[in-house]
Design a protein around this ligand. Structure first.
Ligand code: GLU
Ligand code: MG
Length: 454
Protein backbone atom coordinates (compact mmCIF):
# COMPACT_ATOMS: atom_id res chain seq x y z
CA UNK A 1 0.00 0.00 0.00
CA UNK A 2 1.45 3.33 -0.93
CA UNK A 3 -0.17 6.73 -1.04
CA UNK A 4 -3.78 6.56 0.07
CA UNK A 5 -5.32 9.60 -1.56
CA UNK A 6 -4.01 12.17 -3.98
CA UNK A 7 -4.31 15.88 -3.21
CA UNK A 8 -7.31 16.36 -5.45
CA UNK A 9 -9.26 13.51 -3.93
CA UNK A 10 -8.59 14.48 -0.35
CA UNK A 11 -11.88 13.17 0.80
CA UNK A 12 -11.67 11.99 4.38
CA UNK A 13 -14.46 9.44 4.03
CA UNK A 14 -12.76 7.79 1.06
CA UNK A 15 -9.39 7.77 2.81
CA UNK A 16 -10.98 6.33 5.94
CA UNK A 17 -12.55 3.54 3.96
CA UNK A 18 -9.27 2.68 2.21
CA UNK A 19 -7.34 2.75 5.47
CA UNK A 20 -9.90 0.51 7.09
CA UNK A 21 -9.46 -1.97 4.24
CA UNK A 22 -5.72 -1.83 4.88
CA UNK A 23 -6.28 -2.78 8.54
CA UNK A 24 -5.53 0.64 10.00
CA UNK A 25 -6.95 1.42 13.46
CA UNK A 26 -5.11 4.58 14.48
CA UNK A 27 -3.70 7.60 12.67
CA UNK A 28 -0.62 9.44 13.90
CA UNK A 29 -0.21 13.08 12.82
CA UNK A 30 3.21 14.66 13.30
CA UNK A 31 4.72 18.13 13.37
CA UNK A 32 8.36 19.10 13.85
CA UNK A 33 9.08 21.99 16.22
CA UNK A 34 11.78 24.63 16.56
CA UNK A 35 14.05 22.23 18.50
CA UNK A 36 13.84 19.78 15.59
CA UNK A 37 11.89 17.29 17.68
CA UNK A 38 8.88 15.48 16.27
CA UNK A 39 5.61 15.82 18.18
CA UNK A 40 2.47 13.87 17.49
CA UNK A 41 -1.18 13.21 18.21
CA UNK A 42 -2.85 9.92 17.50
CA UNK A 43 -6.57 9.39 16.85
CA UNK A 44 -8.74 6.34 16.18
CA UNK A 45 -9.39 5.92 12.47
CA UNK A 46 -13.04 6.91 12.96
CA UNK A 47 -11.83 10.43 13.86
CA UNK A 48 -9.84 10.91 10.65
CA UNK A 49 -12.20 13.55 9.22
CA UNK A 50 -12.04 15.59 12.44
CA UNK A 51 -8.24 15.29 12.54
CA UNK A 52 -8.16 16.71 9.03
CA UNK A 53 -10.88 19.36 9.24
CA UNK A 54 -10.91 20.80 12.76
CA UNK A 55 -7.72 19.22 14.04
CA UNK A 56 -6.65 18.25 17.53
CA UNK A 57 -5.65 20.69 20.26
CA UNK A 58 -2.00 21.55 20.78
CA UNK A 59 -0.67 24.11 23.26
CA UNK A 60 1.34 26.99 21.74
CA UNK A 61 4.35 25.78 23.74
CA UNK A 62 4.59 22.83 21.32
CA UNK A 63 6.66 25.19 19.21
CA UNK A 64 9.25 25.59 21.97
CA UNK A 65 9.41 22.23 23.75
CA UNK A 66 13.09 21.64 24.30
CA UNK A 67 15.33 18.60 23.88
CA UNK A 68 15.19 17.85 27.62
CA UNK A 69 11.39 18.04 27.80
CA UNK A 70 11.42 21.63 29.08
CA UNK A 71 9.79 24.73 27.60
CA UNK A 72 11.61 27.81 26.27
CA UNK A 73 8.87 30.41 26.73
CA UNK A 74 9.03 33.58 24.66
CA UNK A 75 7.15 36.87 25.02
CA UNK A 76 4.46 35.58 22.68
CA UNK A 77 4.56 31.83 23.37
CA UNK A 78 3.17 31.27 26.86
CA UNK A 79 1.00 28.75 28.67
CA UNK A 80 -2.12 30.58 27.51
CA UNK A 81 -3.92 29.79 24.24
CA UNK A 82 -4.34 26.76 22.03
CA UNK A 83 -3.64 25.67 18.45
CA UNK A 84 -5.04 23.00 16.17
CA UNK A 85 -2.93 20.24 14.65
CA UNK A 86 -4.57 19.27 11.34
CA UNK A 87 -3.30 16.44 9.20
CA UNK A 88 -2.82 16.63 5.46
CA UNK A 89 -4.85 13.74 4.10
CA UNK A 90 -2.91 13.69 0.84
CA UNK A 91 0.18 12.65 2.82
CA UNK A 92 -1.38 9.62 4.56
CA UNK A 93 0.74 6.46 4.58
CA UNK A 94 0.13 3.01 6.03
CA UNK A 95 2.52 1.68 8.67
CA UNK A 96 2.70 -1.73 10.32
CA UNK A 97 0.65 -2.66 13.37
CA UNK A 98 -2.68 -1.12 12.31
CA UNK A 99 -1.27 2.38 12.17
CA UNK A 100 -1.20 5.10 9.55
CA UNK A 101 0.75 8.34 9.54
CA UNK A 102 0.16 11.79 8.07
CA UNK A 103 2.07 15.07 8.20
CA UNK A 104 0.41 17.90 10.11
CA UNK A 105 0.23 21.68 10.11
CA UNK A 106 -0.38 23.93 13.10
CA UNK A 107 -3.18 26.50 12.97
CA UNK A 108 -4.44 29.18 15.33
CA UNK A 109 -7.96 28.66 16.66
CA UNK A 110 -9.34 31.22 14.18
CA UNK A 111 -8.10 29.00 11.34
CA UNK A 112 -5.07 31.11 10.38
CA UNK A 113 -1.79 29.26 9.91
CA UNK A 114 0.51 29.54 12.92
CA UNK A 115 3.43 31.81 11.96
CA UNK A 116 5.76 29.25 13.57
CA UNK A 117 4.36 26.29 11.60
CA UNK A 118 7.44 25.08 9.72
CA UNK A 119 5.55 22.99 7.19
CA UNK A 120 3.43 25.99 6.26
CA UNK A 121 6.53 28.21 5.94
CA UNK A 122 8.09 25.70 3.55
CA UNK A 123 4.83 25.53 1.55
CA UNK A 124 4.93 29.35 1.30
CA UNK A 125 8.52 29.30 -0.02
CA UNK A 126 7.59 26.53 -2.47
CA UNK A 127 4.61 28.66 -3.57
CA UNK A 128 6.81 31.76 -4.09
CA UNK A 129 9.25 29.76 -6.22
CA UNK A 130 6.38 28.32 -8.19
CA UNK A 131 4.85 31.76 -8.81
CA UNK A 132 8.20 33.01 -10.03
CA UNK A 133 8.31 30.07 -12.48
CA UNK A 134 10.84 27.86 -10.68
CA UNK A 135 10.23 24.17 -10.20
CA UNK A 136 12.23 22.71 -7.33
CA UNK A 137 13.00 19.14 -6.36
CA UNK A 138 14.60 18.32 -3.02
CA UNK A 139 16.38 15.08 -2.05
CA UNK A 140 17.20 14.18 1.55
CA UNK A 141 19.92 12.00 3.01
CA UNK A 142 19.47 10.43 6.43
CA UNK A 143 22.37 9.43 8.65
CA UNK A 144 21.93 7.75 12.03
CA UNK A 145 23.81 5.64 14.57
CA UNK A 146 22.24 2.43 15.84
CA UNK A 147 22.52 2.27 19.63
CA UNK A 148 21.18 0.13 22.49
CA UNK A 149 17.65 0.97 23.75
CA UNK A 150 19.13 3.02 26.61
CA UNK A 151 21.29 4.98 24.15
CA UNK A 152 24.56 3.26 25.01
CA UNK A 153 26.96 2.06 22.30
CA UNK A 154 26.35 -1.33 20.69
CA UNK A 155 29.03 -3.98 20.69
CA UNK A 156 29.95 -4.44 17.04
CA UNK A 157 33.37 -5.40 15.87
CA UNK A 158 34.96 -4.90 13.52
CA UNK A 159 33.42 -1.84 11.87
CA UNK A 160 34.55 -1.12 8.36
CA UNK A 161 33.53 2.34 7.11
CA UNK A 162 31.53 1.85 3.91
CA UNK A 163 32.19 -1.86 4.37
CA UNK A 164 30.02 -4.87 3.64
CA UNK A 165 30.40 -6.15 7.22
CA UNK A 166 27.96 -3.60 8.67
CA UNK A 167 25.39 -4.57 6.06
CA UNK A 168 25.67 -8.22 7.11
CA UNK A 169 25.89 -7.61 10.85
CA UNK A 170 22.69 -5.56 10.76
CA UNK A 171 20.93 -7.37 7.92
CA UNK A 172 17.79 -8.28 9.91
CA UNK A 173 17.27 -4.63 10.83
CA UNK A 174 18.05 -3.47 7.29
CA UNK A 175 15.58 -6.00 5.82
CA UNK A 176 12.81 -4.73 8.08
CA UNK A 177 13.71 -1.14 7.32
CA UNK A 178 13.44 -1.77 3.61
CA UNK A 179 10.13 -3.60 3.84
CA UNK A 180 8.63 -0.96 6.14
CA UNK A 181 9.75 1.80 3.78
CA UNK A 182 8.20 -0.15 0.90
CA UNK A 183 4.95 -0.61 2.78
CA UNK A 184 4.81 3.16 3.29
CA UNK A 185 5.56 3.82 -0.36
CA UNK A 186 9.03 5.28 0.19
CA UNK A 187 11.49 4.05 -2.42
CA UNK A 188 14.87 3.86 -0.73
CA UNK A 189 17.60 4.87 -3.17
CA UNK A 190 20.52 3.12 -1.45
CA UNK A 191 21.88 2.34 2.01
CA UNK A 192 25.42 1.93 3.25
CA UNK A 193 27.47 1.54 6.37
CA UNK A 194 28.87 4.99 7.17
CA UNK A 195 32.17 6.07 8.64
CA UNK A 196 31.11 5.99 12.29
CA UNK A 197 30.76 2.71 14.17
CA UNK A 198 27.17 1.48 13.70
CA UNK A 199 26.35 4.49 11.55
CA UNK A 200 24.22 4.03 8.42
CA UNK A 201 23.07 6.36 5.71
CA UNK A 202 20.34 6.18 3.14
CA UNK A 203 19.00 8.58 0.55
CA UNK A 204 15.49 9.40 -0.53
CA UNK A 205 14.48 10.22 -4.09
CA UNK A 206 13.89 13.85 -5.12
CA UNK A 207 10.39 15.25 -4.63
CA UNK A 208 8.73 18.67 -4.29
CA UNK A 209 9.98 20.45 -1.16
CA UNK A 210 7.08 19.84 1.25
CA UNK A 211 6.57 16.26 0.10
CA UNK A 212 10.31 15.57 0.36
CA UNK A 213 10.42 16.93 3.92
CA UNK A 214 7.31 14.90 4.84
CA UNK A 215 9.01 11.79 3.53
CA UNK A 216 12.15 12.54 5.53
CA UNK A 217 10.05 12.73 8.72
CA UNK A 218 8.26 9.49 7.86
CA UNK A 219 11.53 7.75 7.00
CA UNK A 220 12.97 8.78 10.38
CA UNK A 221 9.87 7.40 12.09
CA UNK A 222 10.23 4.13 10.20
CA UNK A 223 13.90 3.88 11.19
CA UNK A 224 12.64 4.16 14.78
CA UNK A 225 10.09 1.39 14.24
CA UNK A 226 12.63 -0.95 12.63
CA UNK A 227 15.27 -0.24 15.28
CA UNK A 228 12.83 -0.99 18.09
CA UNK A 229 11.83 -4.26 16.42
CA UNK A 230 15.46 -5.34 16.84
CA UNK A 231 15.88 -4.06 20.41
CA UNK A 232 17.80 -0.98 19.35
CA UNK A 233 17.28 2.76 18.96
CA UNK A 234 18.51 5.11 16.26
CA UNK A 235 20.36 8.27 17.21
CA UNK A 236 19.74 11.29 14.99
CA UNK A 237 21.92 13.53 17.13
CA UNK A 238 24.42 15.67 15.18
CA UNK A 239 27.15 14.26 17.44
CA UNK A 240 26.04 11.01 19.13
CA UNK A 241 29.51 10.23 20.52
CA UNK A 242 31.83 13.12 21.32
CA UNK A 243 35.05 13.29 19.39
CA UNK A 244 33.93 11.11 16.45
CA UNK A 245 32.12 11.85 13.18
CA UNK A 246 28.60 13.18 13.40
CA UNK A 247 25.30 12.68 11.62
CA UNK A 248 24.53 14.92 8.68
CA UNK A 249 21.13 15.51 7.07
CA UNK A 250 22.34 16.75 3.72
CA UNK A 251 19.76 18.30 1.42
CA UNK A 252 20.05 18.26 -2.38
CA UNK A 253 17.99 20.43 -4.67
CA UNK A 254 17.62 21.11 -8.35
CA UNK A 255 15.89 23.99 -10.13
CA UNK A 256 14.10 24.14 -13.45
CA UNK A 257 12.46 27.00 -15.31
CA UNK A 258 10.23 26.54 -18.34
CA UNK A 259 11.10 22.86 -18.20
CA UNK A 260 14.84 23.49 -18.47
CA UNK A 261 17.39 22.78 -15.73
CA UNK A 262 19.23 25.76 -14.24
CA UNK A 263 22.24 23.80 -13.02
CA UNK A 264 23.18 22.45 -16.44
CA UNK A 265 23.08 23.46 -20.08
CA UNK A 266 24.21 27.05 -19.37
CA UNK A 267 27.37 28.98 -20.05
CA UNK A 268 28.79 29.15 -16.51
CA UNK A 269 31.22 26.72 -14.86
CA UNK A 270 30.02 23.09 -15.33
CA UNK A 271 27.14 24.42 -17.43
CA UNK A 272 25.53 26.32 -14.55
CA UNK A 273 23.01 28.89 -15.90
CA UNK A 274 23.04 32.49 -14.67
CA UNK A 275 19.98 31.96 -12.48
CA UNK A 276 21.36 28.71 -11.09
CA UNK A 277 24.58 30.56 -10.26
CA UNK A 278 22.60 33.34 -8.58
CA UNK A 279 20.79 30.74 -6.47
CA UNK A 280 24.12 29.26 -5.33
CA UNK A 281 25.46 32.78 -4.74
CA UNK A 282 22.41 33.60 -2.61
CA UNK A 283 22.96 30.52 -0.48
CA UNK A 284 26.67 31.16 0.06
CA UNK A 285 26.02 34.81 0.90
CA UNK A 286 23.20 34.04 3.35
CA UNK A 287 24.40 30.79 4.94
CA UNK A 288 25.96 32.42 8.03
CA UNK A 289 22.64 34.21 8.66
CA UNK A 290 20.47 31.08 8.48
CA UNK A 291 22.99 28.61 9.90
CA UNK A 292 20.95 28.59 13.12
CA UNK A 293 18.15 26.83 11.20
CA UNK A 294 20.52 24.21 9.77
CA UNK A 295 23.08 23.56 12.50
CA UNK A 296 21.59 25.42 15.46
CA UNK A 297 21.52 22.85 18.25
CA UNK A 298 23.99 22.79 21.08
CA UNK A 299 25.58 19.65 19.58
CA UNK A 300 25.67 20.93 16.00
CA UNK A 301 28.89 22.95 16.19
CA UNK A 302 30.99 19.97 17.30
CA UNK A 303 30.10 18.17 14.05
CA UNK A 304 31.32 21.00 11.87
CA UNK A 305 35.00 20.11 11.94
CA UNK A 306 37.17 20.31 8.83
CA UNK A 307 37.98 16.88 7.41
CA UNK A 308 34.67 15.26 8.42
CA UNK A 309 32.77 15.88 5.16
CA UNK A 310 30.24 18.00 6.97
CA UNK A 311 30.86 20.94 4.63
CA UNK A 312 32.40 23.17 7.26
CA UNK A 313 33.96 25.59 4.74
CA UNK A 314 31.78 28.37 3.37
CA UNK A 315 32.27 27.84 -0.37
CA UNK A 316 31.09 25.70 -3.26
CA UNK A 317 32.85 23.23 -5.52
CA UNK A 318 32.24 20.34 -7.88
CA UNK A 319 31.99 17.14 -5.82
CA UNK A 320 33.73 18.97 -3.00
CA UNK A 321 32.78 17.27 0.28
CA UNK A 322 34.47 19.90 2.42
CA UNK A 323 32.40 22.69 0.84
CA UNK A 324 29.14 23.69 2.49
CA UNK A 325 27.64 23.63 -1.01
CA UNK A 326 28.73 20.63 -3.08
CA UNK A 327 27.88 20.75 -6.77
CA UNK A 328 26.89 17.54 -8.57
CA UNK A 329 27.29 17.69 -12.28
CA UNK A 330 24.93 16.49 -14.94
CA UNK A 331 26.11 13.33 -16.68
CA UNK A 332 25.60 9.64 -17.32
CA UNK A 333 26.59 8.79 -13.76
CA UNK A 334 24.05 11.17 -12.26
CA UNK A 335 20.51 9.99 -13.00
CA UNK A 336 18.94 12.90 -11.10
CA UNK A 337 20.68 15.56 -13.18
CA UNK A 338 22.81 18.44 -11.90
CA UNK A 339 21.97 19.53 -8.38
CA UNK A 340 23.47 21.20 -5.37
CA UNK A 341 23.89 19.58 -1.98
CA UNK A 342 23.83 21.71 1.14
CA UNK A 343 26.05 19.61 3.34
CA UNK A 344 26.06 21.49 6.60
CA UNK A 345 22.48 20.58 7.59
CA UNK A 346 22.26 18.11 10.48
CA UNK A 347 19.34 16.05 11.84
CA UNK A 348 18.75 18.30 14.85
CA UNK A 349 17.39 20.86 12.38
CA UNK A 350 13.70 21.11 11.66
CA UNK A 351 13.76 19.60 8.16
CA UNK A 352 10.95 21.88 6.92
CA UNK A 353 12.65 25.01 8.24
CA UNK A 354 16.02 23.99 6.87
CA UNK A 355 14.55 23.53 3.37
CA UNK A 356 12.54 26.73 3.69
CA UNK A 357 15.63 28.73 4.66
CA UNK A 358 17.84 27.23 1.92
CA UNK A 359 15.26 27.66 -0.84
CA UNK A 360 14.31 31.16 0.33
CA UNK A 361 18.00 32.12 0.06
CA UNK A 362 18.18 30.58 -3.43
CA UNK A 363 15.17 32.63 -4.58
CA UNK A 364 16.55 35.72 -2.90
CA UNK A 365 19.85 35.16 -4.71
CA UNK A 366 18.05 34.94 -8.05
CA UNK A 367 15.92 38.02 -7.36
CA UNK A 368 18.88 40.11 -6.26
CA UNK A 369 21.06 38.89 -9.15
CA UNK A 370 23.80 37.38 -6.98
CA UNK A 371 26.94 36.28 -8.79
CA UNK A 372 28.18 32.71 -8.62
CA UNK A 373 31.23 32.94 -6.32
CA UNK A 374 34.57 31.58 -7.51
CA UNK A 375 34.62 27.81 -7.28
CA UNK A 376 36.88 26.14 -4.70
CA UNK A 377 37.98 22.96 -6.47
CA UNK A 378 40.04 21.27 -3.74
CA UNK A 379 39.94 20.66 0.00
CA UNK A 380 40.24 24.14 1.57
CA UNK A 381 41.89 22.44 4.54
CA UNK A 382 44.96 21.85 2.36
CA UNK A 383 45.39 25.54 1.67
CA UNK A 384 47.43 27.77 3.93
CA UNK A 385 45.59 30.42 5.91
CA UNK A 386 46.87 33.04 3.49
CA UNK A 387 45.69 31.05 0.47
CA UNK A 388 42.26 30.60 2.03
CA UNK A 389 42.11 34.31 2.72
CA UNK A 390 42.97 35.13 -0.89
CA UNK A 391 40.44 32.57 -2.16
CA UNK A 392 37.82 34.08 0.17
CA UNK A 393 37.09 30.78 1.93
CA UNK A 394 36.49 30.58 5.62
CA UNK A 395 35.14 28.09 8.11
CA UNK A 396 31.55 28.49 9.15
CA UNK A 397 31.12 29.12 12.85
CA UNK A 398 31.09 26.09 15.12
CA UNK A 399 30.04 28.05 18.18
CA UNK A 400 26.39 27.40 19.13
CA UNK A 401 26.17 30.83 20.76
CA UNK A 402 27.60 32.67 17.75
CA UNK A 403 25.42 30.71 15.30
CA UNK A 404 22.26 31.58 17.21
CA UNK A 405 23.30 35.21 17.83
CA UNK A 406 23.78 35.58 14.05
CA UNK A 407 20.29 34.21 13.40
CA UNK A 408 18.77 36.44 16.05
CA UNK A 409 20.40 39.56 14.56
CA UNK A 410 19.73 38.63 10.94
CA UNK A 411 17.41 41.00 9.07
CA UNK A 412 17.77 38.61 6.15
CA UNK A 413 16.48 35.55 8.05
CA UNK A 414 13.73 37.57 9.71
CA UNK A 415 12.72 39.04 6.35
CA UNK A 416 12.67 35.64 4.62
CA UNK A 417 10.86 33.52 7.19
CA UNK A 418 9.40 35.96 9.73
CA UNK A 419 10.18 37.01 13.30
CA UNK A 420 8.00 34.36 14.96
CA UNK A 421 9.99 31.36 13.79
CA UNK A 422 13.36 33.08 14.33
CA UNK A 423 12.36 33.99 17.90
CA UNK A 424 11.14 30.45 18.68
CA UNK A 425 14.34 28.93 17.27
CA UNK A 426 16.54 31.36 19.18
CA UNK A 427 14.63 30.62 22.39
CA UNK A 428 14.98 26.82 22.25
CA UNK A 429 18.60 26.90 21.16
CA UNK A 430 19.65 29.38 23.86
CA UNK A 431 17.87 27.17 26.40
CA UNK A 432 20.05 24.25 25.18
CA UNK A 433 23.16 26.38 25.58
CA UNK A 434 22.23 27.10 29.20
CA UNK A 435 21.96 23.35 29.97
CA UNK A 436 25.19 22.61 28.14
CA UNK A 437 27.18 25.15 30.11
CA UNK A 438 27.40 22.62 32.96
CA UNK A 439 28.29 19.55 30.89
CA UNK A 440 31.52 18.16 29.45
CA UNK A 441 31.34 17.29 25.71
CA UNK A 442 30.93 13.52 26.28
CA UNK A 443 28.24 14.09 28.91
CA UNK A 444 26.42 16.42 26.56
CA UNK A 445 26.56 13.92 23.67
CA UNK A 446 25.34 11.12 25.93
CA UNK A 447 22.53 13.13 27.48
CA UNK A 448 21.01 14.12 24.14
CA UNK A 449 21.95 11.08 22.06
CA UNK A 450 18.28 10.16 21.61
CA UNK A 451 16.84 13.69 21.75
CA UNK A 452 15.96 13.80 18.03
CA UNK A 453 14.98 10.13 17.69
CA UNK A 454 11.43 9.19 16.86
N1 GLU B 1 28.74 12.21 8.48
C1 GLU B 1 29.10 13.33 7.67
C2 GLU B 1 28.37 14.58 8.18
O1 GLU B 1 28.40 14.79 9.34
C3 GLU B 1 28.80 13.11 6.20
C4 GLU B 1 29.50 11.97 5.54
C5 GLU B 1 29.08 11.88 4.08
O2 GLU B 1 29.54 12.68 3.25
O3 GLU B 1 28.20 11.08 3.79
O4 GLU B 1 27.80 15.33 7.48
MG1 MG C 1 27.17 10.08 4.44
Amino acid sequence: MTQIASADESDAAKAQHELQEAGVRTVIGTVVNASGITLAKSVPLTRLKTFHESGMGAAPVWHVFTIDGGIAFTDSITTVGDMRLKIDIAGLRVLQGGRAWAPGNLFEQDGAASPVCARRLLADVEGSLDEAGYHVLVGHELEFFLVAPDGSALETAPWVPYGATGLLDRSAFLDDLLSELNRAGIPMEQIHAEYGRNQFEFSLPPASPVRAADTAVLAKLIVGIAARAHSMQASFSPMPFAGTVGNGAHQHFSLRKNGLPLFSGGSGPHGICAEGGAAIGGIIAGLPDIQGFLTGSVLSGSRLAPGTWSGAYLCWGLENREASVRFLNEGKSNPHGANVEVKIVDPSANVYLASAAILALALDGIRSGQKLPTEIPGDPGRLSEGERHRANVRLLSDSPAAIIDALDKSHLARGLLGDAVVDATVAVRRYEQRIAAELAPDELAERFRLAWSI
